[in-house]
Design a protein around this ligand. Structure first.
Ligand code: FES
Ligand code: MG
Length: 577
């Protein structure tokens, strides 16, 4: 049950007379407020995913102070509040298991409190989509400020990037080319300051996509976390949200299909993370924009890779920032984006980026001299192994493996694979197609980043550096290799991936966008009849993971919970005083 809305949402709380207004205002005086704060000015929530368990977001308390300054400058009333935070590196079994829970928490906070608008503060991989999913469903005026990347890692006199170099170093240790002591020294060297991963992993990718979708201030994605420029952006975000409340500029006013097409295209130009596809699909579901998985392929096909960052290229986010960041890429792509798409500034994307310059054509290439030509972005595959789709990031794959037929070596769990991967008798060669299933949203549960499976030691010693790998899980956005991900439906949801057996031939044909097992339909039907997908009962499991497994959708639609898709708005809830 809801009441008719006053002109400003917060007025229903702070403008109330009698006992109710007394109670709403009275407790806030315990932080020493002036009565002017309750004079009907916009109340701005600062939704903070700060946590010491999320090292990438640990500086966001300081960032929030700058946001507050901006809100106060513009005549608003800032109130910071914490939410659940998802620390990619520490959370088990996978931070992704909790993305939808955090989204739900953010959404309900926005709806239940006396807020007129919100500034979202996030950085680490899952915290950005989680906050946005909640904000899109609540549809209050919202602006996001991402936390910015760390300064470049430095190891042995050279730059070293988050994730990507860890995977490289770990393989060098296994191959005996790097000592364990050196490996240990690298740990601290990769994380030199506050901020999120320095490569074009999921956090950097999402920051760039949020910016091109018009949900954050122009130029805000790439600025390093510890750069004073980020505090200025925070102050400006706080200032801007107050006007957005006056203009009633909500996510549903900003976002439409053009925003998602721009995001899919920019993702190709920056060599962005495959995880962005899952998150954007979930966001489209929240925004009620029809954007099926194939669109990521269709939109990206004509877009060259322009940004030369690890894992697809050479540099790190610091260089990308100094080169001009997202506005410079937008300018370079020009007519390949919808310049007329709306943004939170109240201006179009093209207007926001007018005059942006590229200060380093090594880092941000021109369309005439791209890092990789159009067609190197993430491709969407279908076939009898993935009827609802799978993805492969071509800019991180080996060209000689993208049209490949090989014999499958199948593992039901990632643990089984790692128990055997260094076995000298493992039946693998350079043509093997390595498959790990049971890693989807329901199966694991939580669709972990296991796709970047280590190369079996016997092959590593023989000089093999890449292998076709297939999984219904995800991979870290900082990974590389010829890896087919997000197979849908997953094996635990009865997908045909469950029917694949070791020894079957598998054909990957990226040009034709196909992923097939060369097993005839009659044989597959016979296997289906004798295969019982062993289902853990979600009822018996209980708790969050039980609820999650019961309601989670497949990767191709963003792995959101069925009852959380769509927009539910921010009607003022009933009260009783
Ligand atoms: Fe947080 Fe990479 S671990 S952004
Ligand atoms: Mg990551």
């Amino acid at each position: 049950m809801t009441s008719p809305e006053p002109a400003r949402r917060s007025t229903s709380w702070f403008g109330a007379e009698g006992k109710m207004g007394f109670v709403h205002r009275s407790k806030l005086y315990n932080s020493g407020r002036s009565p002017e704060m309750f004079d009907g000015r916009p109340v701005i929530g600062i939704c903070n995913s700060w946590s010491e368990l999320t090292p990438c977001n640990r500086h966001l308390r300081d960032v929030a102070e700058a946001v507050k300054r901006g809100v106060l400058l513009a005549g608003g009333f800032p109130l910071e509040f914490p939410t659940m935070s998802l620390g990619e590196t520490l959370m088990r079994p996978s931070a992704m298991l909790y993305r939808n829970l955090m989204a739900m928490e953010v959404e309900e906070n926005l709806r239940s409190y006396p807020l007129d608008g919100v500034v979202l503060l996030a950085g680490c991989d899952k915290t950005v989509p989680a906050q946005l999913m909640g904000a899109l469903s609540a549809d209050l005026p919202a602006i996001m400020l991402t936390g910015g990347p760390m300064l470049n890692g430095k190891f042995r006199g050279a730059d070293a990037g988050s994730g990507t170099h860890v995977w490289q170093f770990a393989e060098e240790v296994r191959a005996g080319r790097m000592s364990r002591a050196e490996f240990g020294q690298a740990e601290a060297c990769l994380s030199r300051s506050a901020g999120h991963c320095t490569t074009m992993g999921t956090a950097s990718t999402m920051a760039c996509l949020v910016e091109v979708m018009g949900l954050s201030l122009p130029g805000s994605a790439a600025v390093p976390a510890v750069d004073a420029g980020r505090s200025a952006l925070a102050e400006q975000s706080g200032h801007r949200i107050v006007s957005m409340v006056e203009e009633d500029l909500r996510p549903s006013t900003v976002l439409d299909r053009r925003s998602f097409e721009n995001a899919a295209r920019l993702n190709a130009a920056i060599g962005g993370s495959t995880n962005a596809i899952v998150h954007l699909s979930a966001l489209a579901g929240r925004a009620e924009v029809d954007f099926p998985l194939e669109e990521f392929d269709r939109q990206a096909r004509d877009i060259p890779l322009l940004v030369d960052l690890l894992p697809s290229g050479r540099f790190l986010m610091e260089e990308f920032s100094y080169a001009g960041g997202v506005p410079a890429v937008v300018t370079e792509l020009a007519d390949q984006l919808h310049g007329d798409a709306r943004t939170i500034t109240g201006r179009s994307l093209a207007e926001n980026c007018a005059g942006a310059q590229n200060w380093n054509a090594e880092v941000i290439r021109t369309r005439a001299e791209p890092v990789q030509p159009a067609g190197s972005a993430t491709a969407v595959l279908t076939g009898n192994l993935a009827p609802n789709g799978a993805v492969i990031k071509l800019s991180a794959a080996s060209p000689e493996l993208i049209d490949h037929t090989g014999t499958a070596l199948v593992f039901d769990t990632v643990e089984e694979y790692y128990a055997r991967c260094d076995d000298p008798d493992l039946p693998v060669d350079a043509d093997t197609v390595l498959v790990v299933r049971g890693a989807g949203p329901r199966g694991y549960p939580g669709m972990p980043e296991i796709g970047n499976l280590s190369i079996p030691k016997k092959l590593l010693n023989a000089g093999v550096r890449d292998l076709v790998r297939i999984t219904d899980g995800r991979m870290s956005g900082t990974s590389y290799g010829t890896i087919v991900l997000h197979v849908a439906p997953e094996s635990a949801a009865g997908g045909p991936l469950a029917l694949l057996r070791t020894g079957d031939r598998v054909h990957l044909d990226v040009a034709a966008r196909r992923l097939d097992m060369l097993v005839d339909d009659a044989e597959l039907a016979r296997r289906a009849a004798e295969t019982t997908t062993e289902e853990r009962s979600a009822d018996r499991e209980g708790g969050w993971s039980g609820l999650y497994r019961e309601h989670v959708g497949q990767a191709d639609t963003g792995a959101d919970l069925d009852f959380l898709r769509g927009r539910r708005g921010h009607a003022i809830p009933r009260r009783h005083l």
